[in-house]
Design a protein. Structure first.
Length: 435
């Protein structure tokens, strides 16, 4: 990989890690909000779902903008906005401010995936390697966010912790401002409606059909956007999007309240495990469930790696069906195993984290398989709209279920989601791939 590619990959890796650091720190804070504000799981679930939904809903317009403007500038705005959102969260005295802060975070976080993936695809010649490193950084953030948040909460009050979490965004922006690279180094400008092939793009993007830095201007009207969308939604792509949606709903449904759920099955850290002296400040603040949750997410890094390797060795639709089926089994067995004791729960959590994240490279590969190359940017927007936007309903669904039924009942209902995903994947395999 040349210097330009390395610079782009490093830039997008930092941003990706920050996005998911914030995303997965929220469930750790949910445990505290449930206690401090005396609200129901349904209320908190809905508040969190709105923020997560905007994370996905904003992906579609962000994808369109990424075809018109500098993706570096867009990522910078996203990083600054996420930091400001958590600064606002640190001032919250009630759920209204929490809802506003999480909503703003969702809007700014939505910029990252369409802009960064577009940047890698146009600026890095070895784009496959770039995507791999980008994904690994995201997984590090997924594990890092809960771990750091849980550790800080041992020492500080949650509002101060929220303020301290602004620091990663500040550091990321400071680094990003020093990064220099050519956003279009890996593409021929003529292929995207450029000027004379010299690589010099029109500054405004109006004269030659390109946007800033030589980017395609994208759809010029709502009619053009709708026409592009209709062309994109073949049967194969529609089924792949259904797979993405089922993953998003299940992902949000199980992860949003998982630290709180785990806490109900774990022993006291001082009395049973003996980590701290009884009645000590550390014993009072230490939340073993948060660390088990962080460990589950860390194991997911290995799941991502294995899932990525599988995409090169098996048919993607078949792999999706197998992993979805495994998630059904794990969801059904999760609570019975948790009730068996600490070590069975630890083992189940590790397996669950591994399988849950192994599906991500598979559905990302499916989107690439069932979308045309010239519609890839738009497909990214729809993918994250479904996965993070509509999929955010999983948080509200889980919150509602926890309020009206048992934890076991909640997991049994949520198991229906990957069951539907397995059926869709089988249809994809037997109908579309068989043609």
């Amino acid at each position: 990989m040349n210097e330009n590619g390395r610079s782009i990959v490093a830039f997008t890796m930092v941003s990706h890690a920050i996005v998911h650091t914030y995303e997965l720190s929220i469930p750790i804070l949910v445990v505290i909000w449930l206690s401090e504000f005396s609200v129901t799981t349904a209320t908190i679930g809905t508040i969190v779902a709105v923020g997560y939904a905007l994370f996905g809903i904003g992906a579609l317009p962000s994808g369109i903008l990424a075809d018109r403007y500098s993706t570096k500038s867009m990522v910078l705005v996203g990083l600054a906005g996420m930091g400001a959102s958590f600064l606002l969260l640190s001032t919250a005295q009630g759920t209204a401010t929490i809802a506003l802060a999480l909503g703003l975070w969702g809007v700014f976080a939505s910029v990252h995936h369409p802009a960064s993936l577009s940047l890698i695809s146009t600026g890095v010649e070895e784009s496959g390697t770039g995507f791999a490193y980008h994904g690994m950084a995201g997984n590090l953030g997924i594990a890092f966010g809960p771990l750091v948040t849980a550790s800080l909460l041992i020492l500080f009050e949650w509002r101060l912790v929220s303020a301290l979490l602004v620091a990663p965004a500040v550091l990321a922006v400071a680094y990003a401002l020093t990064a220099e690279f050519d956003e279009m180094a890996a593409v021929d400008v003529e292929e995207i409606g450029g000027n004379d092939g010299t690589g010099d793009a029109d500054e405004t993007g109006d004269a030659d059909g390109t946007g800033d830095d030589g980017r395609s201007a994208g759809p010029e009207s709502i009619g053009a956007f709708l026409a592009d969308s209709r062309a994109l939604f073949t049967l194969g792509f529609a089924l792949a999007m259904a797979v993405v949606l089922m993953n998003g709903i299940f992902y949000r449904g199980v992860l949003t309240f998982l630290p709180d759920v785990l806490g109900g099955y774990l022993p006291d850290v001082s009395g049973t495990i003996g980590l701290f002296a009884p009645d000590s400040p550390m014993a009072e603040e230490f939340d073993l469930a948060s660390y088990l949750y962080a460990g589950l997410l860390t194991v997911g890094i290995a799941g991502q790696y294995v899932g990525g390797k599988l995409t090169d060795r098996i048919q993607v639709s078949a792999g999706l069906a197998v992993v979805f089926t495994a998630l059904v089994v794990l969801a059904v067995l999760f609570i019975p195993v948790a009730e068996a004791g600490l070590w069975p729960l630890v083992a189940m959590s590790a397996v669950f984290g591994f399988v849950l994240f192994s599906i991500q490279p598979l559905y990302q590969a499916a989107i690439a398989v069932y979308s045309p190359p010239d519609g890839r940017g738009l497909s990214y927007g729809y993918t994250y709209l479904a996965n993070f936007g509509v999929g955010a309903a999983g948080a509200a669904l889980a919150g509602y279920l926890l309020g009206v039924t048992t934890v076991r009942g909640t997991f049994l209902v949520l198991a229906l989601v990957p069951a539907v995903g397995a059926v869709v994947a089988l249809v994809l395999y037997s109908v579309v791939d068989a043609e």
